[in-house]
Design a protein around this ligand. Structure first.
Ligand SMILES: [Mg+2]
Length: 216
């Protein structure tokens, strides 16, 4: 990749297997209660979807997500081993962009999770925000169907495939092993002549082109 795109990567549902973590804990704590198979989930908000089965399930699922150590113990998403290093070695400037847990005692769990699975150096590349539109980047890889906030985001949203986002028509990474062609395709459409090796000023030209397009 000649151009070095800033790639923002969400944690839950993208590199951390949030769904598996919730379901495992649910089965452990409530073995006699019904559950929703991961591939049958239809809503991004898991507590809201469980509430549709029974009102009391909302609080039960909520307490799982609030439990100390929940984020720290989430499994790694399939094929995500070394994915951050791999993206960087291919020329991407990678940052983890995640919402903070509502319970501040669980904040440290996200940092510990990143350190455990990707190494200490990645703890310095975590951006925690409730509004991802405010973060500049070329690409955001996120499982949430729609990314909204205070401003129109600079990044292009690539969906990380989950059953609950399949109604969205956006570029999509179905599995981590397929990331490269999806990102390159998005970048080639976002910035014209991205692969033209003749012009050293490509990055500047493309950014200016896009800025003018937005302005005019
Ligand atoms: Mg997510």
């Amino acid at each position: 990749m000649k151009y070095n795109p800033v790639v923002l990567i969400d944690m839950d549902g993208v590199i951390a297997d949030f769904e598996r973590g919730c379901l495992n804990k649910w089965k452990e704590l409530y073995p006699n209660s019904p559950f929703i198979d991961i591939d049958k989930r239809t809503m991004h908000g898991i507590t809201e979807e469980y509430a549709l089965i029974d009102d009391s399930f909302k609080g039960m699922m909520d307490s799982i997500m609030k439990s100390p150590g929940f984020f720290e113990n989430l499994p790694l998403m399939g094929n995500a081993e070394r994915i951050l290093d791999n993206l960087e070695s291919e020329g991407c400037k990678v940052f983890i962009c995640t919402s903070p847990p509502r319970e501040t005692y669980n904040l440290i769990g996200k940092y510990n999770w990143v350190e455990k699975h990707f190494g200490t150096q990645w703890k310095n590349k975590i951006i925690m925000t409730r509004d991802k539109t405010l973060i500049h980047g070329d690409i955001l890889i996120d499982d949430k169907p729609k990314i909204t906030g205070a401003i129109e985001p600079s990044f292009t949203h690539i969906l990380f495939d989950q059953p609950y986002n399949r109604n969205e028509n956006k570029p999509r990474i179905t599995q981590w092993k397929d990331w490269k062609e999806v990102i390159e395709d998005v970048l080639s459409k976002k910035y014209i002549d991205i692969n033209d090796d003749d012009d050293d000023d490509d990055e500047y030209t493309n950014r200016m082109y896009k800025a003018f397009k937005i302005l005019w």
